[in-house]
Design a protein around this ligand. Structure first.
Ligand code: SAH
Length: 259
């Protein structure tokens, strides 16, 4: 077994904070730099930023896009940095009928919508693990949802006015992940039909949840809705990612970490 790169033996184990794309982290690394300074560790072609932010010892990193990238990064957070838990923050496509651009979804369960070893195993089940839906840690997800609710109560109306979106709402439920950017009316309709309780679709969450399940590490996922996974998704995703995602992430993480 490798020696963890985290040298803070005896101190609290850090929280792992993960996103796919830099815009999804907002100003988190700058905030860490200002608060505690940052130790940067390069491992497996990724940079891990170690320090304290909003009073919480953290290791912050970018997974890049897709399930393999997310799984590799989650595994490194666990084995090289000895994180106590992992929180993923990012954007997603809204799939649930009542989930709109600007809303927030906190996962209670996560599954891979593109895993299918049928007829050998039931569709959506991870072969030989016997699980199709991974459960987010209830306490962590509750804290994350409470932070989102506080953000919406305190800044939701101002955000909506500033960005021209609807007033955000917080949803909790199933997030589905796969190695596709879902961007057509046909594809999102097929997803809704196969998994009627799915609220959001993205490309990393269920992979992180599977790794965390296998190693017994608590995890939680929060996604702000950048698009509705239909033909408008590419434009809506880019506009939200570059203009809005960081503001949401900063506001949610400050309340979550500072609580
Ligand atoms: N490299 C590109 C592609 C990003 S893919 C870029 O930066 O422009 C989209 C990312 O946002 C993924 O990390 C995924 O988790 C999330 N996402 C947002 N909307 C999505 C959708 N409709 N389908 C799948 N993933 C989506």
């Amino acid at each position: 077994m490798n020696t963890p790169l985290n040298t803070s033996h005896g101190a609290a184990r850090p929280l792992g904070i993960l996103a796919a794309l830099p815009q999804e982290l907002g100003d988190l690394i700058d905030a860490m730099r200002a608060e505690s300074g940052v130790r940067t560790v390069t491992h497996g072609q990724r940079e891990y930023y170690v320090g304290t932010v909003h009073g919480t010892p953290c290791v912050v990193t970018l997974a890049r896009v897709g399930k393999v990238a997310a799984a590799a990064t989650a595994s490194a957070l666990i084995h090289e940095f000895d994180v106590e838990a992992i929180v993923f923050t990012g954007v997603a496509g809204g799939v649930g009928g009542d989930v709109h651009v600007g809303d927030i979804v906190v996962a209670s369960t996560l599954m891979q919508h593109d895993i299918d070893a049928s007829p050998l195993f039931p569709r959506f089940e991870v072969p030989l693990l016997g699980v199709s839906r991974f459960t987010a840690d209830a306490a962590l997800a509750d804290r994350l949802a409470a932070a989102c609710e506080r953000f919406v109560a305190e800044e939701g109306a101002a955000c909506a006015a500033r960005f021209g979106t609807r007033e955000p709402r917080v949803h909790r439920g199933l997030i589905v992940s796969g190695d596709q950017f879902v961007a057509s009316a046909t594809a999102v309709a097929a997803l809704r039909e196969a998994l009627p309780d799915a609220l959001a679709v993205e490309m990393e969450g269920a992979a992180i949840a599977q790794v965390c399940y296998e190693y017994g590490v608590p995890c939680a996922v929060v996604r702000t809705i950048s698009d509705t996974a239909d033909d408008h998704a590419p434009g809506s995703f880019m506009a939200f990612l570059t203009g809005i995602a960081g503001t949401y992430s900063n506001a949610i993480l400050a309340r979550f970490l500072g609580a």
